[in-house]
Design a protein around this ligand. Structure first.
Ligand code: 5GP
Ligand code: ZN
Length: 142
């Protein structure tokens, strides 16, 4: 779908949901998908995304919050195989750093004491590295 607020082009996350754009999928159910961030802040950085296009957390229907949160918790459990320390974040609006205007949660594992706000350069994930991370995340917990 095209971003409803006039931002350019088709929505990249809708393209991933539809299978028209590639992604390293970590989790999927009827309403939610999770995949590796293309430019991970740390190893295992995952995005958890409702399949229905909404821009903001406050745009979901009441009945959608439960499913999304359950899926988020499952992917958090997978993340805990990498590290028990991680940030779960939503950037909401351009000033908050949102660049993809399709709602998503970031799950960002932390491995060192540099602190969550230390900035490091972000490079595009390589396919082999993505496969290693997917193996480490393991199966979806029930
Ligand atoms: P935001 O800043 O909107 O909260 O986060 C968007 C995230 O999506 C960024 O961390 C960025 O690296 C990631 N991203 C942007 N385009 C793509 C893409 O095509 N595929 C994947 N897997 N991640 C993307
Ligand atoms: Zn979308």
């Amino acid at each position: 779908m095209t971003s409803p607020d006039g931002r350019d082009g088709p929505c990249i996350f809708c393209e991933i949901v539809a299978g028209r754009a590639a992604a390293h999928r970590v989790y999927e159910d009827d309403r939610t998908i999770a995949f590796l961030d293309l430019f991970p802040i740390t190893r295992g950085h995952v995005l958890v995304v409702p399949k229905r296009h909404v821009d903001r957390l406050t745009d979901l229907r009441d009945e959608e919050y439960g499913d999304l949160f359950r899926a988020l918790a499952k992917v958090c459990r997978m993340t805990e195989r990498l590290s028990m320390d991680y940030n779960v974040a939503v950037n909401q609006g351009a000033l908050a750093g949102q660049i993809v205007f399709h709602l998503h949660f970031h799950i960002i594992p932390r491995y060192d004491t540099a602190g969550p706000f230390a900035t490091t350069p972000r490079t595009r994930i390589r396919a082999e590295e993505a496969q290693t991370v997917l193996r480490s995340l393991g199966d979806v917990p029930s």
